[in-house]
Structure formats: structure tokens, C-alpha cells
Ligand binder design. Structure first.
Ligand SMILES: Cc1cc2nc3c(=O)[nH]c(=O)nc-3n(C[C@H](O)[C@H](O)[C@H](O)COP(=O)(O)OP(=O)(O)OC[C@H]3O[C@@H](n4cnc5c(N)ncnc54)[C@H](O)[C@@H]3O)c2cc1C
Length: 393
């Protein structure tokens, strides 16, 4: 957030109702509370919790959290990442290594629950009220929310209610998601002594991403191309033997990791168009509610954090909320669209086969040797972006 001197105070005393206490909603709660708004968060679940899995917060997302005063918490609860290591999943040989240690703020791996907890606590300390067991069923154009507990008025309603957003339907129609032909398993296993690196184990039609979390835990996301449909969502337990069977030709290191998996969750990966309409006069959408992305660039939560910060900044800077929402949409849409396209491209690049696979690995190896910074330079549009100083136009 801006320093108090830079803040114009247009949100001071305004009522902001946020639907959803996920990473995006809680970051918005903190950012609006810091801007002096009266913030109320409505969460349909009975507790603020997250699945026991990991999440990568890249420097672009961390920059917004840092500006919200969370440096000490990020250092305490996140594991600083040293590198991303694209690896041949079949042989187990690293193809190249992208150094991540030079970023400020650092690229970090978190337990999702720890990240949610640290942002939620900071939001409450800044004055935000969080109501649990409070599913929002509708929002009127003038910002009145309906919940089973009654109606709540607001000057601004923020829909941060995720992939199956209810608020989105009061802003505009979103296109139907399409099955990508890929399913993903998610699991965490206990493994001691893993280096603070993300490994991308690439194989024909499949890949696995592994990275460590605090407390000797390894986070696993394994993706396989499939024709059958699997429902979109988080909570579909699967038999660990299905996961192991999908990767039997992968290297022994991978087999060893997978042998520790007991309770994987399986879900189908869906592609969504970025919504055309992000706001009305009094309602704004952010995060997965407006632009769900495939997980192949680790950006869904980072973009939600960026959205939340920039939304609060735009509202703080503008006399009129509707014009602030226009500025917000205009700044966010091109960036989010680019990130989503890059994630879609990664899905193809990780799963190559035959000559295309050998050529791509050779290319990566060569670039890694002759121009070790090439990858980070190519990603600078993503990781170096700074929503805390970006001109508002
Ligand atoms: C396998 C996998 C790995 C990923 N890894 C990464 C990663 O490393 N880095 C990264 O940046 N992103 C990652 N993502 C994406 C990231 O998890 C999401 O993009 C991010 O959590 C979206 O946050 P959000 O706040 O927009 O939505 P959510 O986290 O979905 O939060 C929405 C909240 O709204 C609540 N809610 C829903 N409806 C209502 C209602 N009607 N009333 C009240 N409350 C409601 C829900 O209960 C929930 O708490 C990954 C995704 C997957 C699937």
C-alpha cells in the first residue's frame, strides 16, 4: 500500500464488503483496511482453512504483501526458494537450473494454511471483520449483500469467491469452462532434507512438480493428459496406486517420492476465458472469480494478490468508485491475460515427446550454459512487475 502520506483517503470510512476469505479476499481486506475503509469479509465456510498443500509466492505477489507490512511473517513462514530445476522425468537428469536466489523480495514456498493465516490475522489486526458460515447468495447493483444472517449494505462489494463465484453472476455472464484433457493429483509427503528447489519432472504427456515446505514436507502436483472428464474442484480423493501407475516409467527418484503418497486428491483441469466484465458501478471481481488460470506458472494466487492490492490502490486514489473500477480493470486485464497464456503454453512445453522433447531439452540446456540469466530475463515481465508503484494512468 502507499505510505500514509501518499494515500488520498478516498476510501476512509467507506464500507467495503468482501465475499470470500481466500488468499485474494483476505489480501483485499488487509489493503482496504489499511486504506481506512470499514471492511467486512463474508466467508461461506465455518472456518478459515486451506487444504494441506503448498503454494509458491513469486516476487511479484510478495512485493504487494511486503508493501502491506508482511515482511517478517513472510520470512518466518515461507521457505526461500533457491532454484527451479526443469528435469527429465524419465532419466532424472536435470535439464537446466534457474537460479531464484537473487530476487527481492524472495520467491518462497508456503503451506497454504500458513499463508492464509498470516494474511487473515494481519487483516483482522488492521480492523477487518470476518464473518464465517456466511455464504453470500446475491448482491444487488447498489451493493446490498444477502446472506442467511440477513442483508448487509456496502459502498463497494468485492467478489473474491473463487472459481465457482456467485458474485460473478451479478456482474456478467462468464463463458463455460472447457476441460483441458488434463487431470492433476495433489499430495504432500514427509521427506527430510530436500533442497529448497522446485523440480519440474517432465515426461511425454505428463509432468510432476515437487518442492519442499517448512517442516520436512514435500509438496507434489502431478499432471497427466487424459480424455476422460474429471470434475473441476479440489476435493476428489483418489487411490495412490492410480498416481503411481501413471508414472511407472519415471526415474527411481520420482518413484521413491510417489511411494510415500497415501492420500492424493485428483481433479480435472479446466481452461477459462478471462471474463469480459470485471465490475459494475459498485461490484468488482478479483482472483479466480474473474480469471481462473491453469497452475503451470504458479500464478493464480499471485495474480489474486496483485488484483487485491491494485484494486484498493485505485479506489483509494479516485474520487469516484466506478471510475476506480474502470482503471483497475484496464490495468489488470492485459497482464492477467498474458500470464494465463504463458501458463497454457507451459502445459504444452512440459509434455513434449520424441524429437520435439529432445530438441527442447537441448535448447534449455544450451541456454542454461551460455546465458544462465536468459530465463529470468524472459520472465522479468512477470516477476519484476510492481503493483505498488505501477502508474494508475
Ligand atoms: C494444484 C494447484 C496448484 C497451485 N499452485 C499455485 C501456486 O503455487 N502459486 C499461485 O499463485 N497459485 C497457485 N494455484 C492457484 C491458486 O490456488 C488460486 O488461483 C488462488 O487460491 C485463488 O484465490 P482466490 O482468493 O481468488 O480464490 P479461492 O482461494 O478459491 O477463495 C475463494 C473463497 O471464497 C469462498 N466462497 C465461495 N463462494 C462463496 C460465497 N457464495 N459466499 C461466501 N464465500 C464464498 C470460498 O469458501 C473460499 O474461501 C494453484 C492451483 C492449483 C489447482
Amino acid at each position: 500500500m502507499q505510505t500514509p502520506d501518499e494515500m488520498t483517503g478516498h476510501m476512509r470510512g467507506k464500507r467495503v464488503a468482501i465475499v470470500g476469505a481466500g488468499i485474494g479476499g483476505l489480501t483485499a481486506a488487509l489493503a482496504f483496511a489499511r486504506a481506512g475503509a470499514q471492511v467486512e469479509v463474508f466467508e461461506r465456510a465455518g472456518e478459515i482453512s486451506e487444504v494441506g498443500a503448498g503454494i509458491q509466492i513469486t516476487p511479484n505477489g510478495a512485493r504487494a504483501l511486503s508493501a502491506l507490512g508482511l515482511d517478517a511473517q513472510m520470512e518466518a513462514f515461507g521457505l526461500a526458494a533457491d532454484a527451479v530445476v526443469p528435469t527429465d522425468g524419465l532419466t532424472g537428469y536435470p535439464v537446466t537450473r534457474f537460479d531464484l536466489s537473487g530476487f527481492a523480495p524472495r520467491y518462497r514456498f508456503y503451506h497454504r494454511a500458513a499463508l492464509i493465516d498470516l494474511i487473515g490475522k494481519a487483516a483482522q489486526d488492521a480492523g477487518a471483520k470476518i464473518y464465517l458460515d456466511a455464504p453470500v447468495t446475491s448482491v444487488s447493483p447498489d451493493g446490498v449483500l444477502q446472506t442467511p444472517q440477513g442483508a448487509f449494505t456496502s459502498d463497494l462489494c468485492v467478489g473474491a469467491d473463487g472459481i465457482h463465484s456467485v458474485v460473478r453472476s451479478f456482474v456478467g455472464v462468464a463463458p463455460e469452462p472447457k476441460f483441458t484433457g488434463q487431470v492433476a493429483w495433489r499430495a504432500v509427503v514427509s521427506i527430510k532434507g530436500a533442497a529448497p528447489e522446485a523440480h519440474i519432472w517432465m515426461g511425454p504427456g505428463r509432468h510432476i512438480v515437487t518442492y519442499p515446505l517448512q517442516g520436512d514436507v514435500l509438496n507434489i502436483v502431478a499432471v497427466q493428459e487424459r480424455t476422460e472428464w474429471a470434475a473441476e474442484g479440489w476435493s476428489h480423493p483418489d487411490d495412490p496406486e492410480n498416481l503411481r501407475a501413471a508414472f511407472t516409467d519415471f526415474a527411481p527418484e520420482v518413484q521413491k517420492i510417489l511411494s510415500h503418497v497415501h492420500k492424493p486428491m485428483l481433479w480435472g483441469l479446466f481452461r477459462h476465458e478471462v471474463a469480459d466484465r470485471w465490475h459494475t458501478d459498485r461490484i468488482a471481481l478479483l482472483g479466480d472469480a474473474v480469471h481462473p488460470t491453469l497452475p503451470f506458472l504458479a500464478q493464480g494466487a499471485n495474480l489474486a494478490i496483485e488484483d487485491a492490492f491494485l484494486l484498493a490502490r485505485c479506489c483509494d486514489a479516485a474520487v469516484n468508485i466506478t471510475s476506480a473500477l474502470k482503471t483497475y480493470e484496464g490495468l489488470r486485464k492485459p497482464r492477467v491475460t498474458r500470464a494465463i497464456e504463458a501458463a497454457n503454453a507451459n502445459a504444452r512445453n512440459y509434455h513434449l515427446d520424441g524429437i520435439a522433447r529432445r530438441t527442447a531439452h537441448l535448447g534449455l540446456k544450451t541456454i542454461g550454459k551460455i546465458a544462465p540469466n536468459a530465463f529470468l530475463n524472459r520472465m522479468s515481465w512477470l516477476y519484476d512487475h510492481d503493483v505498488t508503484t505501477e502508474p494508475l494512468g
